[in-house]
Design a binder for this molecule. Structure first.
Ligand code: TXA
Ligand code: MG
Length: 358
């Protein structure tokens, strides 16, 4: 399949310009005909198909190389469209949509019959999100209003935060890639399950636990997220897969600044002195400490207090570590509240939960 790559440009009002609007309308027509379109959102790029067309969903799984028991998020561009997907909408859903939509929040609700099981991975529930990216909103409208989309990476790779990585992963596998520049958040949406008695976070993301509690009061966290080796299956089927894993051996190092630096530099020294082939070493560090490491590759992820930068840069840096052949990767810990919960969830997953405290 030939993939068309279309650059989206924005006007001063942050809307797609006329030429981009035309390209989005054309991409919307392709979606209505059962085709696949990768598109930018504020979180990560999505790989879209018509949510009501089971054949489109099958094609999404195929293009991604993803197990078909892993349900897709249905993207809408109008809160008024919620009742098309679910006829049991609790008041919490409206409290959340009022406050956080459009934006990086996905809600799980009981699904209507018309939502095909192919889209929900066989589940009776459906995940729904209203993204804020202007190109995404326009594409959803042009494509009929209901676009199923997982992240636009090949299964097992970090979610793409710029079109370059979508092109790397999906060229020849989708009809169109809309290039709308870099994603402003850079981590996937927060998923909250509203079908359980107490609303439950299944995946941390751009909307924080603190913000959810402001609106809903009581909010739980899926126990499988709190401790990965608890033996409990996560409620979001996708969370059980080892995602984002870089090819190199990644360890997260936690502790006082000086102890972390000493430990990592010591390990780098050992890797250097190992006879045989040279192992390329990399460190993922904050701006404050980046210059203290003696690794082959230093990745400055952002200032420690700038959680937005850390979130935005993480997936790109994991991909760059692969591209630059890093065999041994050390990351500082960025543990903390708010968006840092989501950062650490992804980073620890990437490390296969290999974390040491020094
Ligand atoms: O930010 C995002 O959410 C991005 C952009 C493109 O919108 N999408 C995204 O989709 O991250 P994906 O498919 O990579 O991740 C969706 C997650 C998976 O872990 C999946 O198992 C879970 O949502 N999920 C989807 N439907 C579900 C359902 N009905 N019940 C529980 N978990 C569900
Ligand atoms: Mg994904």
């Amino acid at each position: 399949m030939e993939t068309r790559i279309v650059r989206i440009n924005y006007t001063k009002e942050n809307e797609p310009d006329p030429a981009s609007e035309k390209a989005i309308a054309e991409a919307g027509r392709i979606l209505k005909e059962g085709g696949l379109v990768a598109f930018p959102t504020e979180t990560v790029y999505g790989l879209g198909g018509d949510a009501f067309n089971p054949e489109s969903s099958r094609r999404i799984y195929q293009a991604k190389g993803r197990p078909s028991d892993n349900p897709l998020i249905v993207h809408i561009a109008d809160i008024g469209d919620l009742p098309e997907l679910s006829d049991r909408i609790p008041k919490e859903a409206y409290l959340l949509s009022d406050r956080f939509w459009p934006g990086p929040l996905t809600m799980i609700l009981p699904k209507k019959d018309r939502v095909p099981k192919e889209t929900t991975g066989g589940l009776d529930t459906v995940a729904i999100r209203f993204p804020s990216n202007p190109a995404a909103k326009a594409l959803i409208r042009e494509g009929g209003g209901f676009i199923a989309a997982p992240s636009a990476n090949r299964s097992g790779r970090p979610s793409p935060t710029s079109a370059k990585y979508v092109i790397e992963d999906l060229s020849g596998r989708v009809d169109v890639i809309l290039d709308g520049g870099d994603c402003v958040i850079g981590l996937e949406s927060t998923i909250v399950d509203l079908t359980s008695e107490i609303p439950t976070v299944l995946r941390p993301g751009g909307v924080t636990l603190e913000e959810l509690r402001e609106v809903l009061g009581d909010v739980e966290i899926d126990r499988a997220l709190i401790k990965d080796d608890s033996g409990i299956a996560p409620k979001a089927p996708g969370m059980k897969y080892r995602h984002y894993a870089p090819k190199g051996d990644l360890t997260v190092v936690r502790g006082e600044k000086a102890a972390v630096e000493r430990y990592i530099n010591g390990e780098i020294e050992k890797a250097r002195n190992t006879p045989g082939h040279h192992i390329i070493t990399a460190v993922i560090a904050s701006t404050e400490t980046a210059s203290s490491y003696r690794a082959d590759i230093i990745k400055n992820i952002g200032a420690r207090e700038d959680e937005n930068a850390i979130a935005r840069n993480l997936f790109r840096i994991l991909r760059e570590c692969d591209d630059e052949g890093a065999g041994r990767i050390f990351a500082e810990s960025f543990a903390g509240p708010g968006l840092k919960e989501a950062v650490m969830n992804r980073l620890l997953k990437a490390a296969g939960h290999k974390e040491i405290t020094v």
